[in-house]
Design a protein around this ligand. Structure first.
Ligand SMILES: Nc1ncnc2c1ncn2[C@@H]1O[C@H](COP(=O)(O)OP(=O)(O)OP(=O)(O)O)[C@@H](O)[C@H]1O
Length: 603
């Protein structure tokens, strides 16, 4: 049974959706309302005029017949205009809404933290929201307005039909109910099917991406992965097809079977009307009117019930969008007092506590039982250069991500200039820290933009871009690339120039140097593609340019590491040693062993 709760669910998100629509375009919303009313009322007029024409013909009143025919012509023309207008308004409103909602989805994505992006469930939610929600709001609008339109038309036909028999109205209503219930059930099933398999749908997208994307093409070809991935893609797509087609076939079968009920009801009433007219109980015009009223009333009623079913389906999809939009952003709470760039408070010893301080910091990735970092107590005084070393997976990148506030510590706290990172105003904090990660971005933009994006507000500041290029060691790239700073980089767009790995790294370093006001610079192995000599040169320049700034460098190369004022060795998420290169070598423990191995050429 299409119970009341199902009916209520069908409209649960309608008010919010209509609000979205209203905000998108008030003029189009009003036009839609007005045209809907016109499109609802005009068919009733046409049906009534049909009766008047028949009666005029039967009465052999030639003039009246011609007048009524021209009235009908006017009404039909007006109806066509209203319907065209409706479809145009829907189309324009749909396009507008799609842009606005995509914008909202992306804005929301920007406000979420890195943890969300690393969470597969979030991805499913994002995929679901993006997949259909941008077209659904337009459908909700269309559907709700058509519902109103059909209800008005239906009420009009029912009022006409009561003149013949109240039983006919009842037959009209009852015959359409089973088909509608079936329809609503099938749309619910289709929705659940899609939601349930959204992780699989993401896998399908992923396989498609790997097979048809420039970044993967090399390995896919060399390892001969194409047929394997294609096979998996086809198998997954085939299983989707099987599920979808089974549902579609069942849906079609039930719809046809149940629609026969409506046909039977119509012919039953048609028979009664024809008999009535033959026996002289109805005029010919009345018979024409009632038959039209029943047939079109039946269509309007089916449309109303299908509309309710449709609304149910759209609302299920809209719930995806609203759920996604209501994910808590994970942005920091407002600073408790003062602004984030306020001077540092006095520390216990009375000096201003300049620099970075980790106090009992631990971090566990969501859903993981193992701590990626634990018990980190460390003070990095302002202006110090620090190197982080440790085996793969020791927790070095996690340390940097915590410092950059990409994650919140699971326990403990991190202070910058004596103030908890959570109390810093995000923009002020961002201005203080410049980071180049090992997997930095290669923007498919111009070389100038690739550098300038390091400080977006200075994108057009030529001298600053030139300084950053020189400091990052990217001047060589500017000279060799045709078009220099204006060259389009990457292969995605026409005329793009692809850089070598090392050249991209120089561009990424230059980008970091755009942050002239940042006093904490972090390099997380961004030089892995450079040869040892080039890396050494980069770090020497980096050090001399970073005088007075706090620098944190992650590297597996000891000539680079030993340049730092202080070295911290991480192992299994804990600090196991710290000191200068000479101190650590003299201690003869883990660092010394790693150093000796590399010196012998084993590491
Ligand atoms: N997004 C993540 N989700 C879950 N676990 C993660 C995530 N990123 C890293 N880890 C885990 O946290 C631990 C520390 O990783 P981290 O990337 O900090 O190591 P690292 O020292 O930088 O390693 P490498 O030298 O290989 O870059 C590892 O065990 C890793 O498996």
């Amino acid at each position: 049974m299409l119970g009341l709760s199902r009916l209520r669910d069908s409209f649960a998100y309608t008010p919010r959706t209509l609000q979205l629509v209203w905000r998108s375009s008030k003029a189009a919303s009003v036009a839609l309302g007005a045209l809907t009313l016109a499109a609802a009322a005009l068919p009733l007029g046409v049906a009534y005029v049909g009766k008047a024409i028949t009666d005029a013909v039967v009465a052999r009143d030639e003039r009246a017949a011609l007048v009524w025919v021209s009235v009908e012509l006017g009404l039909v023309a007006a109806l066509a205009l209203a319907q065209r207008g409706l479809s145009l308004t829907r189309q324009l409103l749909g396009a507008r809404l799609s842009i606005d909602i995509h914008g909202m989805i992306l804005e929301k994505a920007l406000s979420l933290s890195l943890v969300h992006f690393e969470d597969p469930e979030f991805y499913d939610q994002l995929t679901r929201a993006r997949r259909e929600a941008s077209s659904r709001p337009a459908a909700v609008v269309t559907e709700s307005f058509s519902l109103v339109q059909n209800l008005i038309t239906l009420a009009g036909y029912a009022a006409l039909l009561v003149g013949f028999s109240a039983l006919a109205v009842l037959a009209l209503v009852l015959a359409a109910v089973p088909a509608t219930i079936a329809e609503a059930r099938f749309s619910g099933a289709a929705f659940r099917l899609r939601n349930w398999r959204s992780p699989e749908a993401r896998r399908l997208n992923y396989l498609e991406y790997v097979l048809a994307n420039d970044g993967h093409a090399k390995e896919v070809k060399l390892f001969g992965l194409g047929p394997t991935f294609l096979e998996r893609y086809k198998a997954l797509a085939a299983s989707f097809y099987r599920e979808d087609s089974a549902l579609a076939v069942r849906r079609a079968g039930w719809s046809y079977g149940l629609s026969l009920l409506g046909t039977a009801a119509f012919y039953g009433c048609y028979g009664a009307m024809a008999a009535g007219a033959a026996a002289g109980r109805l005029s010919l015009g009345e018979m024409v009117l009632y038959v039209a009223a029943f047939r079109q009333g039946q269509q309007a009623f089916q449309a109303v019930l299908a509309g309710v079913g449709g609304m149910y389906e759209h609302n299920l999809y809209m719930s995806n969008l609203f759920q996604y939009l209501s994910i808590p952003t994970g942005e920091p709470p407002a600073p408790p007092a003062g602004r984030g760039d306020a001077p540092a408070p006095l520390s216990a010893d009375g000096a201003r506590d300049r620099g970075v301080r980790f106090e009992g910091v631990g971090y566990r990735y969501p859903g993981q039982s193992r701590w990626a970092l634990r018990g980190i107590d460390l003070h990095i005084p302002s202006g110090q250069s620090l190197a982080l070393v440790g085996h793969n997976g020791a927790g070095k990148t996690t340390f940097i991500k915590l410092l950059a506030r990409l994650y919140e510590p699971t326990e403990g706290r991190i202070l910058l200039d004596g103030k908890d990172l959570r109390a810093w105003e995000p923009d002020a904090l961002r201005r203080r820290i410049g980071v180049v990660f090992q997997d930095f971005n290669q923007y498919q933009l111009t070389l100038r933009e690739n550098v300038g994006l390091g400080s977006v507000e200075h994108l057009a500041d030529e001298p600053r871009v030139a300084r950053a290029v020189a400091e990052g060691g990217a001047d060589e790239v500017v000279t060799v690339v045709p078009g220099g700073l204006d060259a389009q980089l990457g292969r995605w767009f026409k005329g793009g120039v692809e850089l070598s790995g090392g050249q991209w790294q120089k561009v990424a370093l230059a980008r970091a140097f755009m942050r002239e006001q940042a006093d904490i610079l972090v390099l997380d192995e961004p030089t892995a593609a450079l040869d040892a000599e080039a890396e050494h040169a980069v770090f020497q320049r980096f050090r001399s340019l970073s005088k007075g700034r706090t620098t944190i460098v992650i590297s597996h190369r000891f000539p680079t590491v030993r340049m730092a004022d202080r070295i911290v060795v991480l192992d299994g998420g804990r600090i196991v040693e710290e000191g200068t290169h000479d101190e650590l070598v003299a201690r003869g423990q883990r660092y010394a062993r790693m150093f000796a191995l590399q010196a012998e050429g084993y590491l």
